[in-house]
Design a protein around this ligand. Structure first.
Ligand code: PLP
Length: 435
């Protein structure tokens, strides 16, 4: 059965058993743009943006949805997020440069990261970034002097680490005590940071931020951490902390495989807003503006990777390897996080499963496997493989390892396709080399 739940909203199987996305036949897309290629369904992308905005704003009107750029950003997409009324999270000067390239309103941009460089902070301040989310004592001092030199007062949030385990992969767990991110509440560092920020001459402390990790399939970590951080904030009222902004970060889960059922966006919204209201009421605090930062859950479900099958190798009694023309250079997640994906044969979707295979990439690493032990129809060279739920953290983590050019990205909508990033050329890869 076609795993509709992990594909974009518009995915269909036509009468010939071929995969269609956004009204475009994937076989045609593969011939026109080549493989590997990333297809993004515009309708799914925009509908995820709208769901986040509406589900949060109907419960708490003062909510800003800031898209976490690191899931994937480029200028065409930044325009779409702006059209949908979202803000942006950036974690580097490069991501900030993309926002600036399309005149994204910088007052709606949040700068995150545990070690922003002096150059990055200066650029951000100089261009009038809305918020810097301060992550260390080093940054507190550095940013204060940069803002001082620029003659401005910079709005900041402080990133705290609430010590709540979201039960996800250890590499993507960020809000526990042993983490490189944020000021721990437990150790007293968060309290010191709040006091120092309040005392800083050129910083305006508007509120607190936390981000627990990703993907988080449970609601409880959000409720626990929201209550804990608001209680923490309340302790500093007398010392001058007026909590105008509060951000519980991102990390909202998506289905990668048909058996995964993450909470609906509405359920995350209900948990966060209800906990925030109840806690603020109890503490006699005005409810702050809410900033939520989905990345994966907006772009992940909109993306589908297409690959062409090449070499097939069967080791009798051991395993059958089916190699495709992409791999860890465009999707590092299986190698990095043991991530699992659904795989379909885009040119013969309705054919029954016939054998168990491992889909291997073309990179010179034994760990370059996109999916292990998946049941598929018998494959032949030239078949087209589709891997859904690849919009987030695949193209954004892509590399030129083995000097394979990074794949193009095509936006599809209503039977129209639009190239929003072309395939890299050999020249592109050598562009920065100096002989
Ligand atoms: C990565 C990150 C996010 C987004 O996480 P997703 O899982 O993509 O939603 C949000 N906020 C911060 C601070 C992050 O580092």
């Amino acid at each position: 059965m076609f795993p509709q739940s992990v594909f974009p909203d518009t995915a269909q199987v036509n009468t010939e058993g071929q995969l269609v996305i956004g009204g475009c036949n994937t076989l045609d897309l593969a011939s026109e743009f080549g493989t590997p290629v990333y297809i993004l369904d515009e309708q799914t992308l925009r509908s995820r943006c709208r769901s986040f905005v509406s589900e949060f704003q109907k419960r708490h009107p003062a909510t800003q949805v800031a898209y976490a750029s690191k899931a994937y950003i480029n200028p065409a997409l930044a325009r779409i997020f702006q059209e949908e009324g979202l803000g942006l999270d950036v974690v580097s000067g490069g991501e900030l440069a993309i926002a600036r390239s399309v005149d994204f309103p910088l007052e709606n941009v949040y700068f995150h990261g545990n070690n922003k460089t002096p150059e990055e902070l200066s650029e951000a301040v100089e261009h009038g970034i809305g918020y810097v989310v301060v992550d260390s004592f080093h940054e507190l001092n550095l940013l204060n002097s940069i803002a001082d030199a620029a003659g401005i007062t910079q709005d900041v949030l402080i990133r705290v680490s609430p010590g709540v385990d979201p039960h996800t992969h250890v590499y993507t767990t960020t809000g526990i005590l042993d983490s490189k991110f944020g000021f721990s509440i437990q150790t007293g560092h968060a309290a010191d940071a709040v006091r120092q920020a309040l005392a800083a001459s050129n910083l305006n402390l508007r509120g607190l931020h936390f981000h627990l990790g990703s993907p988080i399939f449970e609601l409880e970590p959000y409720a626990l951490a929201t209550e804990f951080v608001l209680r923490f904030a309340a302790q500093f009222r007398e010392e001058g902390l007026n909590l105008q902004d509060f951000s519980p970060g991102g990390g909202f889960a998506i289905s990668y495989t048909r058996d995964q059922e993450p909470p609906e966006i509405a359920a995350y919204a209900e948990t966060i807003t209800a906990t925030m209201k109840a806690t603020c009421d109890e503490l006699g605090m005005t409810t702050p503006r809410l900033i939520i930062e989905p990345g994966r859950s907006i772009i992940g479900p909109a993306g589908v990777a297409l690959y062409r099958v090449g070499a097939i190798k069967e080791i009798p009694g051991v395993r059958k390897y089916v190699s495709v023309d992409g791999g860890m250079g465009d999707n590092i997640r299986p190698a990095l996080y043991q991530a699992t994906y659904e795989v379909v044969v885009a040119n013969r979707i309705n054919e029954p499963e016939a054998e168990k295979v491992t889909i291997a990439g073309k990179y010179c690493e034994s760990g370059d496997l996109l999916a292990s032990d998946v049941m598929l129809p018998e494959l032949a060279s030239g078949d087209l493989i589709a891997i859904p739920a690849t919009g987030a953290y695949c193209p954004s983590m892509a590399s030129n390892y083995n000097l394979n050019p990074r794949p193009p990205m095509v936006l599809v909508n209503n039977g129209q396709s639009r190239l929003i990033r072309r395939r890299e050329s050999y020249q592109d890869m050598m562009h920065v080399d100096v002989v």
